[in-house]
Design a protein around this ligand. Structure first.
Ligand SMILES: C[S@@+](CC[C@H](N)C(=O)[O-])C[C@H]1O[C@@H](n2cnc3c(N)ncnc32)[C@H](O)[C@@H]1O
Length: 215
């Protein structure tokens, strides 16, 4: 593991013990449910699914959902939940972009929450997502608005200190998505090392791979 990579395997077993994380995943799933017309025939992917906090909220509302992550430890926690709760429409897949792996498949919905700030190149990944989506399919990415590097107590593995929404909107456009819009999905107040209590906001950027129009 490179020096600047966060060890998510080590954190996996305690990941869900943080109530702020659980609430954020719940708020992001509420925003997705409100703004994207989900249905039980959809094939979905949660990229950077972690322990499945978001995956398992979306699962009952779609046909199937693949939890994709580079941390085997995180995926092991999700697998245990799947087995314990006897869930039959969630799969897991180990994919590490940093090792050259690429998401593949055919989906109607791709969601991702609090993962993009750990990824170096956003546009190439969004282009891959665009290829993986069927015509009419939806993409939704939740991540921090600019946080001045204060959201995380330790910025190891954090490549982007949040994103300007205009920047993410532009990245969606470059990747080929249409009907792009954003909402505020979550708000968090927490103590920071340098600046006392601070309020952070999380956007949800939504786009669609529009159907080809034939004349
Ligand atoms: C902050 S966690 C968010 C997890 C989950 N979405 C949640 O909200 O609880 C970021 C996740 O992205 C995954 N991740 C980081 N870099 C990745 C990469 N290069 N390829 C795939 N997944 C990655 C990590 O393993 C981790 O589970």
């Amino acid at each position: 593991m490179s020096d600047n990579k966060r060890d998510f395997d080590k954190e996996a077993d305690q990941w869900d013990d943080n109530p702020g994380r659980v609430k954020m995943a719940s708020d992001v799933s509420d925003a997705i449910i409100l703004h994207i017309p989900l249905n039980t025939s959809m094939r979905a992917m949660d990229f950077g699914c972690g322990t499945g906090l978001l995956t398992l909220r979306i699962a009952p509302l779609v046909g199937s959902i693949a939890g994709v992550d580079s941390s085997q430890g995180m995926l092991d926690v999700l697998r245990r939940k799947i087995l314990k709760q006897k869930i039959n429409n969630v799969t897991t897949s180990l994919i590490d972009l940093d090792k050259g792996d690429a998401p593949a498949g055919n989906y109607d919905l791709i969601v991702s929450s609090m993962t993009f700030h750990h990824l170096e190149k956003i546009v190439p990944l969004l282009k891959l997502f665009h290829e993986c989506l069927s015509p009419g399919g939806y993409i939704s990415v939740a991540d921090l608005d600019p946080d001045d590097g204060l959201f995380h107590n330790d910025n190891k593995g954090v490549i982007h200190f949040g994103f300007e929404r205009t920047e993410m909107h532009q990245a969606f456009t470059e990747a080929g998505f249409d009907r792009i819009h954003d909402v505020t999905a979550a708000e968090v107040e927490k103590p920071t090392i340098k600046n006392g209590i601070r309020r952070f906001t999380v956007f949800l950027m939504i786009g669609q791979k529009t159907k080809a129009v034939h004349f």
